[in-house]
Design a binder for this molecule. Structure first.
Ligand SMILES: Cc1cc2nc3c(=O)[nH]c(=O)nc-3n(C[C@H](O)[C@H](O)[C@H](O)COP(=O)(O)OP(=O)(O)OC[C@H]3O[C@@H](n4cnc5c(N)ncnc54)[C@H](O)[C@@H]3O)c2cc1C
Ligand code: SF4
Length: 331
């Protein structure tokens, strides 16, 4: 049993001060990930700073015609928000593809961004894991790695990022707003999560004393042509083997702009703008979609159990792009 102290913060400044004062302190929001990790002895914070009552639950319009999601807005409230459903249906669908209604009622925007990998060795404290205990090794590389990454991996960690919501936010080019001891800053979504490199214990570029206060959605929501396709072992309540957020701006049959983010394949939602650009100015055709899928997976590497993901990701990309372009039924 690990003892810890618990405090509830009344405002953002107090929350930041509490966490800055203790390197082993953690914020707790919905608790749907952190509590599990504490029960499994994977995370052992000395102090929990409860941020669930901070006034960060609102979803409101921004001057640039975008929307701000408060960091404590519940996943359910975001997914069923009228403006999100109308202007950012890609985000709504990605959130609803994840977890269960009960979990989404508790889970928050900030917590979703910060949730940790579902690598089974990360959860099993009897096994070596560089993410949990730096320097101990990676059990997954030569172990059971069916759910693991095929892009951007390192010799230290091949874990994949588990979020659905983050895949849509990557495609929408959201911006993460944070506040810390030295003030506020904005982090482009592409720079928020990190690749494992030789420090897989560090998931994101959020500093230890910083809190996420919100996520900004740019005005462009790709409501006309989008798809969130999630491939998983069960039809619900399962993490993605591969997921694809596809967003297109079309002029008749011609693609003016393409955004593609892939989940379940890397330590962060995977974007490859070089591959995406192959679609700009091209017609929406299966051949062109296949070309992009091949380009995006060109450096993919399988580790045995997860090698099937390379083909799976290509097929999923082609299907998601077809759904987005031709407004075919989503799944
Ligand atoms: C059985 C199960 C199935 C699931 N399936 C899916 C799925 O299919 N797809 C999917 O995307 N997710 C899935 N999830 C994950 C779920 O979405 C996350 O647990 C949830 O989003 C975490 O949010 P939370 O508010 O509960 O975070 P918490 O558990 O409270 O916190 C998680 C982490 O985030 C940090 N944190 C929280 N808020 C902030 C903030 N504002 N600033 C800085 N740090 C913060 C905490 O310190 C902690 O380290 C599943 C979870 C479970 C338990
Ligand atoms: S893949 Fe990463 S999280 Fe999983 S055992 Fe290896 S180091 Fe740990």
């Amino acid at each position: 049993m690990n003892s810890f102290t618990y405090t509830r913060a009344d405002d953002v400044a107090i929350a930041v001060r509490e966490v800055a004062a203790d390197g082993a302190a953690k914020f707790i929001a919905g608790g749907t990930n952190l509590i599990d990790l504490m029960k499994e002895n994977v995370m052992r914070p000395s102090r929990l700073v409860d941020i669930s009552r901070l006034a960060l639950r609102e979803i409101h319009p921004r001057a640039d015609s975008g929307l701000r999601l408060g960091a404590l807005a519940k996943n359910t409230d975001v997914a069923y928000n009228e403006e999100i459903e109308r202007r950012y249906p890609l985000l709504s669908k990605a959130i609803l593809a994840g977890a269960s209604p009960q979990l989404r009622n508790m889970a928050t925007v900030g917590g979703n961004l910060m949730q940790r990998t579902r690598c089974c060795y990360f959860y099993d404290t009897a096994t070596p894991c560089n993410k949990r205990e730096p320097g101990t090794g990676c059990s997954a590389i030569a172990g059971f790695n069916r759910a693991h990454a095929i892009l951007g991996t390192s010799g230290y960690c091949i874990a994949s990022h588990p979020s659905d919501m983050c895949v849509a936010l990557a495609a929408l080019e959201a911006v993460v707003r944070v506040t810390g001891s030295v003030g506020e800053r904005a982090i482009n979504f592409a720079e928020f999560h990190r690749l494992p490199g030789d420090t897989p214990n560090i998931d994101t570029n959020l500093r230890g004393d910083e809190i996420i206060t919100g996520v900004d959605l740019p005005a462009k929501g790709f409501a006309e042509h989008h798809s969130y396709l999630k491939v998983r072992d069960r039809a619900s309540y399962a993490f993605a083997l591969v997921s694809v957020a596809a967003a297109l701006e079309m002029d008749d049959d011609t693609i003016k702009e393409a955004r593609l983010a892939v989940g379940g394949v890397a330590h962060k939602p995977w974007r490859d703008q070089q591959a995406e650009n192959l679609l700009n100015g091209q017609s929406a055709s299966r051949e062109n979609f296949q070309r992009v899928a091949e380009a995006l997976l060109r450096d993919a590497k399988g580790y045995g159990h997860n090698s099937f993901k390379i083909e799976l990701a290509k097929v999923a990309i082609v299907r998601a792009l077809s759904q987005a372009a031709f407004r075919e039924g989503h799944s």
